[in-house]
Design a protein around this ligand. Structure first.
Ligand code: ADP
Length: 468
C-alpha cells in the first residue's frame, strides 16, 4: 500500500466510500419502495373491506347457499373484481372466489374478536397474498370476511427494481471512479510540476525559485513555502560566503605584514635592535591573527550549537566588581575614569561564569577603546524578572544609521582605528551570541560624538532555580 501513488490511493478510497454510500442508498430505496407498495395495497384492502362488509350485512348473508347465490350473480361494484374468502366460526369456508380456489389458498384464520380489520401476508406456495380480515356477526352467525390481494405483481416489480439496481450500480460506480481518478490526476498535476521544477533546480544557482501557480490554493502556498525555504538557504549561504571572504581578508592583512617585515629585514644585514623591532612587529601581528582565529573558532562553535553551556547561578555584582578593578589600570592609562554602580548584595543569574565575564569584558573593553576622554560606568539593576547591566561611555559614539550593524560580524565603523586597537569587528558578534545562549537580549543607545551605552538584559533567577 505504501508504494501506491496518492492518486491511486485517493481513487481507491473514493471508490470504497462511494460503494458503501451507494449500496446503502440502493438498499434503502428498495425497502422504501417495498414499504410504499405494501402501504398502498393495505389502503386498498381496507377500503374494500369497508365496502364488502355492508353489502353482506345488508343482504344478511350467513349460509353457503346465500353467498353463492348473491355473490356469484351480483353485479354490485363493491363485489365485482374483489377476491374474497368468507369463513364461519368453525373455520369452514362459506364462500371463496374462483381465483383463490384455483390457487389453493388455505382456510384463513378468523379475524380479531374486537371487529377491527387485521392485515397479514399469507405465503401460499409460489403465490403469496395479502389478506385483510374482519369479523362480523350476521344473524346468529359469526363470520370473518377475508379480502385477498395477490402479491405476485408487487414481488415481480420489486425483483425487477432490484435487478436494475444491481446492474446499474456497478456501471455508475465505474463511471464515477473513472471520473474521480481523472479529477485527482488533474488536482495533483501541479504537485508533479513542482517536483519536476525542484528536481531541475541547479544546486549552484542559489537564486532559482519555483514558479508559484496563479491560484491561491494549497499548492500555491506549498510553492511559496518552498521558495521561502530556498530564500533562507540562499541567505545562509551568502552569509557564510561573506563571512569566509571577510575572515580571509582579515587574516591576509596581518599575514602580509609579517611576510613583508620578514622579507624586508632579510634583504640586508640588520642590527640587533632593528631585528628586535621587526620581531616585535611580527609577534604583534601574529597575536592579532591568533586572537582573530580564536574568535572565529568561538563563533563557529557557537553557530553549530556545539557548546552546551552548563548554566549555574552566577553572582553578577561580584563579577562586575572584579572586572572593574581589573580594567581600572588600562582606563587610567588613557586618562579615563572607570566606575561601577553596583549593589552590595549578590545579584545572581543563571549563566556560565567564563562566558559572562567575556561578554562584559568585550563591552567594557570597547568602551575604553572608543573613548578618548571622560568616564566609563558599569551599572547593574534588577527586578523580579530581569537583571540589566549597562556599560556606558562618553566616547566617540556610533552614527544612528550604523546602529543596526554593530552586532554584525566584521562590522566596524572605522576599520583603521579598530584595527590599530586590535579589533576585527567580532567582539560584539561574540557578545550577542553569548547573550542568546543565556536567553537574554542586548540593546545599544548612542549619541554620535558624545557616547554610547550598551544594555544587556538577562532573565532573573527563578525561585525554583535558587533551591536547585
Ligand atoms: P571591534 O573589535 O572592532 O571593537 P566589535 O564587534 O566589538 O569589534 O565592535 C564593532 C564596531 O562597533 C567597532 O569597530 C566600533 O566601530 C563600534 N563600537 C563598539 N563599541 C563601541 C563603543 N563603546 N563606542 C563607539 N563605537 C563602538
Amino acid at each position: 500500500m505504501k508504494s501506491l501513488t496518492i492518486q491511486v490511493r485517493l481513487t481507491a478510497w473514493y471508490f470504497l466510500s462511494l460503494s458503501v454510500i451507494v449500496a446503502l442508498l440502493a438498499g434503502g430505496s428498495w425497502f422504501a419502495m417495498k414499504a410504499s407498495m405494501y402501504h398502498s395495497i393495505d389502503r386498498d384492502l381496507r377500503y374494500r373491506v369497508e365496502s364488502v362488509v355492508p353489502f353482506i350485512e345488508s343482504h344478511s348473508l350467513n349460509t353457503q347457499e346465500q353467498f353463492s347465490k348473491v355473490f356469484a350473480g351480483s353485479s354490485d361494484s363493491s363485489i365485482v373484481g374483489v377476491f374474497v374468502q368468507v369463513t364461519d366460526e368453525h373455520s369452514s369456508i362459506l364462500y371463496e372466489s374462483d381465483l383463490l380456489l384455483a390457487h389453493r389458498v388455505p382456510v384463513l384464520p378468523p379475524g380479531q374478536s374486537n371487529g377491527l380489520v387485521s392485515i397479514t401476508t399469507v405465503g401460499t406456495r409460489g403465490w403469496p397474498v395479502r389478506v385483510a380480515s374482519k369479523r362480523l356477526t350476521v344473524g346468529s352467525t359469526s363470520l370473518t370476511v377475508h379480502i385477498v390481494e395477490p402479491l405476485r405483481d408487487l414481488m415481480e416489480s420489486l425483483r425487477e427494481y432490484g435487478l436494475y439496481l444491481t446492474l446499474l450500480i456497478p456501471i455508475a460506480l465505474l463511471l464515477t471512479t473513472t471520473a474521480g481518478y481523472w479529477i485527482s490526476r488533474r488536482a495533483l498535476a501541479p504537485v508533479e510540476q513542482i517536483r519536476n521544477q525542484a528536481d531541475s533546480i541547479d544546486p549552484a544557482d542559489l537564486a532559482a525559485r519555483l514558479r508559484v501557480p496563479p491560484t491561491q490554493d494549497e499548492l500555491a502556498k506549498l510553492a511559496q513555502t518552498l521558495n521561502a525555504m530556498l530564500a533562507r538557504i540562499e541567505a545562509a549561504f551568502r552569509s557564510i560566503e561573506r563571512f569566509t571572504a571577510d575572515a580571509s581578508h582579515e587574516l591576509r592583512a596581518p599575514l602580509a605584514l609579517i611576510l613583508t617585515a620578514g622579507e624586508v629585514s632579510l634583504r640586508r644585514e640588520r642590527t640587533k635592535e632593528e631585528l628586535a623591532e621587526v620581531l616585535r612587529k611580527i609577534v604583534r601581528e601574529a597575536r592579532h591573527m591568533s586572537n582573530l582565529v580564536e574568535n572565529l573558532l568561538d563563533l563557529a562553535r557557537g553557530d553549530a550549537r556545539r557548546r552546551h553551556t552548563e548554566l549555574v547561578p552566577v553572582d553578577l555584582a561580584g563579577m562586575l566588581r572584579d572586572l572593574c578593578a581589573e580594567l581600572t589600570p588600562s582606563a587610567a592609562a588613557k586618562g579615563l575614569s572607570l566606575a561601577a554602580n553596583l549593589t552590595d548584595d549578590e545579584v545572581r543569574v543563571m549563566g556560565e561564569a567564563t562566558e559572562l565575564r567575556r561578554l562584559f569584558l568585550i563591552l567594557a573593553d570597547n568602551a575604553i577603546k572608543y573613548t578618548e576622554a571622560g568616564s566609563i560606568l558599569l551599572s547593574l539593576t534588577s527586578n523580579s524578572r530581569h537583571v540589566n547591566v549597562t556599560v556606558s561611555d562618553t566616547g566617540i559614539g556610533i552614527e544612528e544609521a550604523a546602529l543596526p550593524h554593530v552586532f554584525d560580524r566584521f562590522w566596524r565603523a572605522d576599520k583603521v582605528r579598530s584595527r590599530t586597537e586590535g579589533g576585527a569587528g567580532l567582539g560584539l558578534s561574540l557578545a550577542s551570541q553569548i547573550i542568546q545562549r543565556h536567553g537574554g537580549t542586548i540593546s545599544v543607545l548612542s549619541d554620535f560624538g558624545h557616547g554610547s551605552s550598551f544594555t544587556v538584559q538577562l532573565p532573573a533567577i527563578a525561585v525554583s532555580q535558587i533551591s536547585s
